[in-house]
Design a protein around this ligand. Structure first.
Ligand code: NI
Length: 401
């Protein structure tokens, strides 16, 4: 079966590269993926999938029913949106939309999703189970997965797979990670209210800028002294605003930041812990405060059994040299985590690095991807899907999260 999947993917390679270049040249921002989703729906329909459009606003769902007796439903999720970046690659298929660029490789993801659907739809009677392809919008604003789920995309799903390109892994290789792959990402907004006064007589006022400085220092120090160093927490205050003039004590400071964590227990405790520290400092110095802690997306926690299945499939397909076991997670965020509340899953990194070239990071105006990775992604997903239905583990309850 592996050879058949590889042959099918290889035969499709020129068509897939054409599709990817089309997406790359016609990027759309989060929540506005109208042309992309229409194109996706067209390809899925032509492969005989049952297609639903406008799932999760601009998302698409395609269902493929296997002819085997296994009724379990496997989902494969890819994302479709681009970024507000002016492309600087100079590629012949560079963005036609000035100021919008596929700088996070979602054009590759969408193409891999379509390629996997094309390959699996050609297996006919050899496809043992049922598969649902989720093409989600708005990953970059961390909303699309929730929109898809709200529209029922995860109903009946038993397991879910996904991928993200990665420029530091060479094209043709994949990276697999057990446990946490990406961090939980929450938003923090702190308002400190002091009392205004003359800059020369601070003791008659409550200096909100000084209290804000204490709060920032205290939070950073408390992370180092009070959080388990083996369970990372990153808190970044990215914006701070307050004050009016050089000789006027500021009565109000507002700051916003992002909080990243990996461990589920840390994640649970962080909102109250942060609020306690901020409130304590403000009370000490006579200021008032408001702490608004908003949950963003949780950490992507790869399911061990599914990750093992993916590793075995990838090693059979590509050999051990082209399968990296990733030792470090990322403190970036990924809304694939939202699906994992409903079914176990695993996400892998698809290498798109090009040897001998500068491999710019994701979200860089000169980010480029090795297109040969599309076939690597398609074969890895299609063969993992096939093995999912072969694997007796998949029958057991050990697949629960
Ligand atoms: Ni991305």
């Amino acid at each position: 079966m592996l050879d058949r999947i590889k042959d099918l993917a290889q035969t499709l390679a020129p068509r897939l590269i054409e599709i990817r270049r089309h997406f790359h040249a016609h990027p759309e921002l989060s929540g506005q993926e109208y042309q992309t989703s229409a194109y996706v729906a067209g390809v899925l329909s032509s492969c005989g999938l049952h297609v639903k459009e406008a799932v999760g606003k601009t998302g698409v769902v395609g269902e493929l029913t296997g002819e085997g007796s296994d009724r379990r439903l496997l989902a494969i999720r890819t994302d479709m949106d681009a970024l507000p970046i002016i492309e600087g690659t100079g590629l012949e298929f560079a963005s036609h939309q000035r100021g919008i660029m596929h700088a996070c490789g979602h054009d590759i993801h969408t193409t891999v999703g379509l390629g996997t659907a094309m390959v699996l739809s050609q297996l006919g009677a050899a496809l043992p189970g049922n598969i649902r392809f989720l093409f989600q919008p708005a990953e970059e604003i961390a909303q699309g997965a929730s929109w898809m789920v709200a529209d029922g995309a995860m109903a009946e799903v038993n397991a879910i797979l996904s991928l993200h390109v990665f420029p530091t892994i060479p094209g043709g290789s994949v990276g697999i990670r057990y446990g946490a792959l990406t961090a939980a990402s929450d938003d923090l907004e702190i308002t400190i209210m002091g009392e205004s006064g003359h800059g020369a007589r601070p003791h008659e006022a409550v200096d909100a800028i000084w209290v804000a400085a204490q709060v920032i220092s205290a939070l950073q120090q408390a992370i180092s002294r009070m959080q388990n160093s083996l369970r990372p927490v990153v808190l970044t205050i990215g914006k701070i605003e307050g004050g009016r003039a050089s000789n006027v004590i500021a009565d109000r400071v507002q700051m916003v930041g992002t909080v990243r964590s990996l461990h589920p227990e840390t994640y649970e405790r962080l909102p109250a812990w942060i609020e306690n520290i901020v409130t304590g400092i403000c009370q000490t110095y006579g200021a008032k405060c408001q702490v608004n802690y908003q949950r963003g997306v949780p950490s992507v926690q790869n399911n061990p059994a599914l990750t093992q299945l993916l590793e075995t499939a990838a090693k059979e397909a590509w050999g051990g040299d082209r399968v990296q076991i990733l030792l470090e997670p990322s403190l970036g965020a990924e809304d694939f985590a939202v699906y994992l509340k409903y079914a176990p899953g695993t996400m892998f990194r698809l290498g798109v690095g090009q040897p001998g070239k500068t491999n710019y990071p994701l979200h860089h105006p000169q980010f480029e991807a090795d297109e040969s990775a599309i076939v690597t992604g398609v074969v890895t997903l299609a063969y993992t899907a096939y093995k999912y239905w072969q694997n007796p583990m998949a029958q057991s309850t050990d697949w629960q999260i």
